[in-house]
Design a protein around this ligand. Structure first.
Ligand SMILES: Nc1ncnc2c1ncn2[C@@H]1O[C@H](COP(=O)(O)OP(=O)(O)OP(=O)(O)O)[C@@H](O)[C@H]1O
Ligand SMILES: [Mg+2]
Length: 339
């Protein structure tokens, strides 16, 4: 493919990002960081005492996918679960602050908001404290979530399922999304955690990473290109999807499409890698915005790989933005000035 031509097409898609409307359905999470110093060992137990200097919080999971989409300039709403606690209220506040729609955020008073708290002293993680309940929501919250999703899924260009197996996504909810999307002509892309891919039946594209792909294949290792192709084909059959986009960390990503004999491989972009957390959220968010802007699947995948290359070169979980994506495209065009 002519790279210069791709850059020109990409700028065309980017002009249409603002008119793209997406819904993210999945597991909302809060990532908390407690920063401090250690000067002594506790007299109570052989553990360090951390004197806290500051706290920071960022949206994780489905919330982070929505943040990426919003920062690309597209319109986005989320649907998922929070508990009736301060973490849940923080998630709502942070979503609203980024103009992400929250009509589909349902409070289940019988569960804690999924929260991961890291205590960091002198740049070292001391401990991580998780609050979560992975079970499905109570009946009232579950019904409310299905109702919100059914109403919203028919009114967008595409739906993103952000599954972290924390209880928001059930088979019934995925079926609702697929049905509503089919009726309205919207696409559905899924970032999977469940290893039984029949769970995502009817989705348009599924984006497992390497270990999720191997788990979905019953533990079979993706040793070489033949393994990728055959594994991808098996998952296409299992899910009925149009394509499987396997993200392969420093090896980039491979797109296996229904009806094509060879897969489309995209090498990783990053020059320097600082922090790969959240790269998967950037991939699925950018893929969805690209598809919503009318890009063919291969171009949307190319865009998502460029976006992931940008965010892994930054410290912390940072979203891609339209400006950063444009900058990376200009740089590519300068390196490959073929069009
Ligand atoms: N070490 C790396 N070097 C270059 N690019 C990388 C690296 N790690 C990730 N990427 C980019 O990010 C994309 C997604 O990464 P990966 O396959 O690790 O997803 P993931 O495991 O779902 O990520 P996470 O769960 O941490 O968000 C890759 O396809 C690639 O473009
Ligand atoms: Mg992931």
């Amino acid at each position: 493919m002519n790279d210069g031509d791709f850059a020109a097409r990409a700028f065309g898609y980017m002009e249409r990002f603002p008119s793209c409307r997406l819904l993210v359905v999945g597991d909302l999470m809060l990532d908390e960081y407690v920063w401090g110093n250690v000067r002594r060992i506790s007299p109570e137990a052989p553990v360090p005492v951390v004197a806290v200097t500051r706290d920071t919080r960022v949206l994780g999971g489905a919330g982070n996918v929505a943040v990426n989409i919003s920062a690309l300039g597209a319109k986005v709403a989320v649907a998922g679960l929070i508990g009736g606690d301060p973490s849940g209220r923080a998630i709502l506040r942070m979503l609203k602050g980024r103009r992400i729609g929250v009509a589909g955020v349902v409070t289940d008073r019988n569960r804690p908001t999924t929260t991961k708290t890291r205590v960091i002293a002198h740049s070292q993680q001391v401990v991580r404290v998780d609050r979560e309940k992975k079970e499905p929501p109570d009946a009232r919250a579950g019904d409310a979530l299905r109702k919100c999703v059914r109403a919203a899924a028919g009114e967008v260009d595409g739906v993103v399922l952000s599954d972290y197996r924390k209880g928001a996504l059930s088979r019934a909810l995925v079926e609702d999304v697929v049905l509503a999307a089919k009726r309205s002509g919207a696409f559905v892309v899924a970032d999977p955690k469940e290893s039984d891919f029949s769970f995502y039946r009817g989705c348009t594209v599924i984006t497992p990473n390497k270990s999720e792909t191997e788990a979905a294949l019953g533990g079979r290792e993706l040793a070489d290109d033949v393994g990728i192709m055959e594994g991808g084909k098996a998952l296409l059959r299992k899910s009925g999807a149009k394509a499987i986009l396997i993200t392969r960390g420093e090896e980039g990503m491979s797109l296996i499409e229904r009806g094509r004999k060879a897969f489309f491989h995209i090498p990783a972009q990053a020059r320097q890698v600082f922090d790969v957390t959240g790269a998967g959220d950037t991939v699925i968010g950018t893929l969805a915005v690209g598809m919503g802007a009318g890009a063919p699947l291969r171009d949307a995948a190319l865009l998502s790989n460029i976006a992931a290359g940008v965010v892994v070169g930054e410290v912390g979980t940072v979203p891609i933005t339209i400006e950063k994506l444009a900058g990376a495209l200009r740089l590519r065009k300068a390196i490959h000035p073929s069009g």
